[in-house]
Design a protein around this ligand. Structure first.
Ligand code: NAG
Ligand code: NAG
Ligand code: NAG
Ligand code: NAG
Ligand code: NAG
Length: 486
């Protein structure tokens, strides 16, 4: 009897699904509101700074993850902080780096870890910071391109009087008249900041918070959501594709067997892009206020070995209590979209395990891959024209065209067939024939480093950029003007 029991128990144990790894992606914690400076919005120091409540939210996430995964023995982490087990990264924003550190502090509560958080420069961070790094986003002016699409709808929803009242209250009348979507995004964000710090919010604003959130949800969907019926969207692929692909690679990577948690801190914008690549968000969700990520909102992707020996992925998403206090998290299982080997789409929540085979998830994610071979460098003639980027001339330093040519040396350049952007001549488009015209730097590098002119030009750009940075420091570039609510 006892032996039978032990055998059954042993079978039960070996047969049970086991959790192997997780990937955790979260928004930074609560921060102070944007500032209004000369009637415009500013999200730089001294505005938009992570608050103590914001740190506490991320610490609460760390405590939750330790309880949920380690204390429960689903995944074991040594008691001392050890980067062989957790890899943390953030975007190049102080509030995000500190949020990631706070999460690690919470995970190792009482053991005073010295957190290590990696980050890449914004302009090269293709996975977490697409609006600063994707050349196609810059050349298309995606933010400005979408900002006015819903003007009439926003005006009808909020009312001209409502917009005027908000404008007066915050001293941003002209913004609320000219850019109603920005105006409402600002208010929505301001309310969430005050709620997170326990500060009062006048009832005429609080009563409309949900409506404001609908406006923001629609706008976020426009700038970050993957839209299968948009030619542009399918050419560049979903903005979350690079991140999700990197997670799936990590899940399948046998070369770092100790690594159990890949941890990334980022922005609300990042979350929408990633939800979209996973099919948690789809076009119908534009306007659904659930898709305006809260402070410290988190997506956890779990990789399981099923009792059938196959690999599954389960998603969970949630956010902490926003008001000051203990910031308790509540999570739900995410309705991931997946495609089986026969090509049939299904949803994770419609399966018994509430998960998908990893291959099936990957098959869905693959449907959001860029169709254009230029990918993040994709640009239509219109986009190039609108940014004066269709001629041969050298673009102004700091312009969108400059950024585009700098980061897309393989993209078509100017009017001349087969021309390349010459880094030694301010990214002027030059024919790719080597002539006496060819700048010395490029010519030297071509001669020394590479038999291929294109690769030589890229090398030339690399050195030219280094030298420029060395001589002048890296100059601020004209950026996407209003990075609201990230
Ligand atoms: C994980 O759990 C084990 C066993 O309970 C414990 O010894 C260890 O300290 C925990 N690790 C962390 C990071 O808390
Ligand atoms: C981290 O864990 C690995 C594997 O157990 C171990 O070899 C290494 O010494 C640990 N590092 C630290 C700093 O404790
Ligand atoms: C937010 O709180 C501050 C500080 O209490 C207050 O001055 C401000 O009016 C509040 N703003 C909004 C939009 O609720
Ligand atoms: C998951 O998504 C499918 C398709 O959109 C939907 O029919 C189903 O109700 C969703 N499940 C849950 C529990 O939300
Ligand atoms: C997804 O795409 C990648 C590369 O494009 C490919 O290697 C992989 O096999 C695809 N995955 C599935 C499940 O089709």
């Amino acid at each position: 009897m006892l032996i039978l029991f032990l055998v059954v128990l042993a079978m039960g144990l070996t047969d049970a699904a086991t959790l192997e790894k997780i990937a955790v992606l979260h928004r930074h914690g609560a921060r102070s509101p944007l500032g209004v400076v000369n009637g415009g919005l500013v999200c730089e120091y001294p505005y938009c700074q992570l608050t103590d409540n914001g740190k506490a939210m991320c610490r609460s996430l760390g405590l939750y993850l330790q309880q949920e995964y380690n204390a429960s023995s689903l995944l074991s982490f040594p008691s001392r902080y050890n980067v062989s087990f957790i890899a943390s990264e953030a975007t190049e924003y102080p509030r995000v780096v500190i949020s990631a550190e706070a999460m690690i502090m919470g995970f190792y509560e009482g053991r005073e870890p010295l957190p290590f958080v990696d980050f890449a420069p914004k302009t090269t961070d293709l996975r977490l910071c697409m609006w600063q790094s994707w050349p196609t986003w810059k050349i298309r002016s995606t933010y400005n391109h979408e900002l006015h699409v819903d003007d009439a709808w926003v005006k009808a929803l909020i009312g001209e009087d409502g917009l005027q009242m908000i404008g007066q209250y915050f001293g941003i009348e002209s913004l609320c008249t000219a850019d109603p979507t920005d105006c409402i995004s600002f208010v929505q964000d301001f309310i969430s900041c005050n709620v997170s710090s326990g500060a009062p919010v006048p009832s005429f604003l609080m009563n409309n918070w949900t409506v404001y959130r609908q406006v923001v949800s629609r706008f976020l969907g426009r700038i970050l959501g993957y839209n299968r019926s948009s030619h542009y969207s399918t050419q560049v692929g979903s903005l979350g594709y690079p991140y999700v692909t990197s997670v799936l690679q990590y899940f399948s990577d046998p070369s770092a067997p100790l690594m159990r948690m890949k941890h990334s801190a980022a922005h609300d914008w990042t979350l929408i892009a990633v939800y979209s690549a996973l099919g948690i968000w789809s076009v119908q969700d534009a306007g659904n206020e659930r898709f305006v990520p809260r402070f410290a909102e988190t997506l956890i992707l779990e990789r399981w070995q099923g009792d059938d020996g196959r690999q599954y992925v389960k998603g969970r998403w949630g956010f902490p209590d926003q008001a000051p206090g203990n910031h308790t998290y509540s999570f739900q299982v995410a309705n991931l979209s997946c495609i089986d080997a026969n090509g049939t789409l299904y949803k994770a929540l419609d399966t018994a395990g509430q998960w998908c085979l990893q291959d099936d998830l990957e098959r869905f994610v693959n449907t959001t891959a860029p169709l254009s071979s230029l990918g993040v460098c994709y640009a239509s003639d219109n986009m190039l024209q609108n940014e004066n980027c269709d001629g041969d001339a050298a673009p102004p330093v700091g312009s969108r065209c400059y950024f585009y040519r700098q980061h897309c040396p393989q993209a078509p350049c100017g009017q001349t067939d087969g021309a390349i952007a010459d880094p030694a001549r301010g990214l002027k488009c030059q024919t790719n024939q080597l002539g006496k015209d060819t700048p010395f730097l490029v010519a030297t590098i071509v001669a020394l480093v590479s038999p291929s002119l294109l690769a030589g030009a890229i090398g030339g750009f690399y050195f030219a950029a280094k030298i420029k940075n060395f001589l002048w420091g890296s100059k601020g570039t004209a950026e996407e003007n209003k990075p609201i609510a990230q």
